[in-house]
Design a binder for this molecule. Sequence first.
Ligand SMILES: Nc1ncnc2c1ncn2[C@@H]1O[C@H](COP(=O)(O)OP(=O)(O)OP(=O)(O)O)[C@@H](O)[C@H]1O
Ligand SMILES: [Zn+2]
Length: 866
Amino acid sequence: MFAEVLTVAASWQGERPLLTYQIPGELAGQLQPGQLVAVPYGERLVEGIIWQLAESCEHSAPEALRPLHALLDPQPVLLPHQRALAEWMADYYVTSLALVVQLMLPPGLLQGSRAVLTLVNAEPRETASLPLQALIGLLLDEGEIDVARLRSMLGPTRARLLLKEAVASGLIERVPRLAEPRLRPRLQRAVRLCLSGEELAAWKRRLQESLPQNLVPDVAPASTIELLHFSPPLRRRPSSAAPLSPGGPTVKAPAAAANGGPGQEGLRALRALAAVDLLEHSPPDVTWTPSRLARASGLTQAQLQQLIAEGVLAIDENVEVRRDPLRDRRIAPGAPLPLTPAQEAALRAILAPEAAQRPLLLHGVTGSGKTEVYLQALAALIARGKKGLVLVPEIAITAQAIQRVAGRFPGRVAIIHSALSPGERYDEWRRIRAGQVDVVLGSRSALFVPLPDLGIIILDEEHETAYKQEERRPTYHAREVACTLGRLLYIPVVLGSATPSVTSFYRAQQGAYQLVELPERIGAPLPPVEIVDLRSELHAGNTSILSRRLRSELERVLAQRQQAILYLNRRGAASCVLCRECGYVAMCEHCDVPLTYHATERILLCHYCNLQRPVLTRCPHCDHHSLRYFGVGTEKVEQALQQTFPNARLLRWDRDTARTRRAHEQLLDRFANHEADILIGTQMIAKGLDLPGVTLVGVVAADIALMLPDFAATERAFTLLTQVAGRAGRGSESGLVIIQTFNPEHFAIETASRHAYHEFYAAEITLRQRYGYPPFRQFVKFTYSHTNRRRAQNEALLLREQLDRAIAELGLEETDIVGPAPAVMERIRDEFRWQMIARGPDLRPLLRAITIPPGWHVDIDPVSTM
Ligand SMILES: Nc1ncnc2c1ncn2[C@@H]1O[C@H](COP(=O)(O)OP(=O)(O)OP(=O)(O)O)[C@@H](O)[C@H]1O
Ligand SMILES: [Zn+2]
């Protein structure tokens, strides 16, 4: 038997990602694909994953193959479906298998090795140099020494010479060692209750009898659970103050202290009872370290020791404590709601056997109760012994999403997102692999966890571009990966959105996806949307950021003590050219995208076809000198609001005011608790928030999103407007949305104002088809960055030649390249970026045929061409 092993070391270099090893006799029968093993590689030992086992091998001299070194973990680190998925991803995204597999492992699992020196013979010969004698001395002291450490002590050259001499002398041997895993389970000492049943009851009775009558604790399990969910206070309470637990529902001690007090012994008994109660009623995965138990119960260390000596408690060493991402949260349990008929129909479609045949697109307007459908679908599959994966955009993993999912399946949900510490991620990964959870809730990377018995994948807000990995390879899209995984496992995949991506809706129209719609909001109607034409504001002499209409509505909201959200799209600010008089936007005459202004060259440029135009001084349409480079920031809006409404409490939510996830949550909590009247925010506020207090949503300037030079800009503008509008009127009060714009007749704004998704889609898909944009052709974006502008340009021209040659050789008639051209934001952190876009029916043959020089970033199916 032979094992074909995937190692990181080998696949960086060669074409062949798998290496073949012999299976030594002692491992025969123990190996299976997906296991983590150690294999020799050159002079080193490296970690690898058994990809497959083979009876025979094509090697000319199989007996010369080296044997596999060791099995590191009998339980596979990759499930069979994960290996199949990895192969698909490596193929589709033209990326090495090892890079793909690294997505699937906790950080640091597939690592290299180190070499150590050990002493074979401790008798130095006369001829040994002084450094060698010193090294021998060191080895006599320390047993072994890391080669890397030797290098850092001596420098590479001296270390190399010494190593050469040492190994040649025969006194010292160089041995490969696997690096210590960077991540390990966290072990702690834990207190365990030794008594149970009648013994425990008798012990409790004894203690209770020793107490005065009014001090008998009234211990209810519920109160203890309550207590567990608050972190115990970090300060030790003065021992004379009697409350035994924060919130103190467990024991009626304070009152007792007032009428005479329990005395030293009584206090000790009360605390012992409290400690035992905590241990008895803790969920099985909660560990009590001695100090934590002492703090929570009020026992002193000495009193704790005494209980141990009495045999009531014992201490276990090396008990694993889970690093739980939800440990500081209070999750209120939630119960299923009776479904509306539309929800019922959607649920039936998801649970029908045919649902496994193709992905299901759940198009439900904002507030139509999609989440409830997901939760009940999950519950039904869990009841059948299956597990589910729920994906949400990174930023949407707020307390709200966690509350809803974790509250419905208490204790059975794992959370995966980029802000977890490596330890938390590792522990969640192991809990998932061990089958200890029913649901994994996470951002796109949660797709890669080893969840056994996976029975459903739900991808909420499927239109979100956060599902695309853009900056690193593989440049995968979670939607494509989820659909592939669904196909491999033959399980339902649900893509949910109030504004499905044009691509997904097109697929549904073509029959590749099954379409299910929830056309109505639950409880309330969708809010009316008013469009305010900013051109007439200007004509009326109002140059403020706030139109008269928006200002008066804000006044009303403030007077009625309701809440408002002001939304602003800051992306691409100041890049497009807009006439404030007539709404004219400088567009490319071939591509239907706005031209962007490049300050360095003072030109207007099209990023699709490289068309260049001189900077305009007057509007070619109405001949006024009112061209503006458009852009407004959140600070500016905040200032304007503060001036107009000095008493309003404002909250600004953007990447500057909330850098961490916690900060996001705190901001949101403050707004939800009505600690502010008006929330000013960027894209983040569009992500699935359910804030019933909000009755007014204002869009400060809808145009900026529209004007980005990108094939998907209109779609994104429509999506954002519709999603933002969907935040209004979700409570008992009816809502209103006001969109301010210079382009009231633009179809994206007009259709968004009527919540008319289907009309928007029909118009947009026609344009996409006309210009050959996705989904009608595939795009691949090539980007090169360099501090030297000429260099970036030259590299781009070279790659363009190579691509042209390959296209000609392969005879790809429908494939072409646009560019190279400088990127929209050409200079980022002092690097100039040049871009090219390949367009064609299927670009993979082209990508495989060329060798992409280092320094290029290749984005397959980019969600934006900027
Ligand atoms: N069957 C039901 N009966 C009563 N209330 C419901 C029902 N289903 C959902 N709701 C409530 O309706 C509100 C909106 O639901 P939810 O947030 O799930 O909608 P959604 O479609 O996910 O919205 P969005 O796309 O805007 O995020 C929530 O407050 C939810 O509790
Ligand atoms: Zn153009």
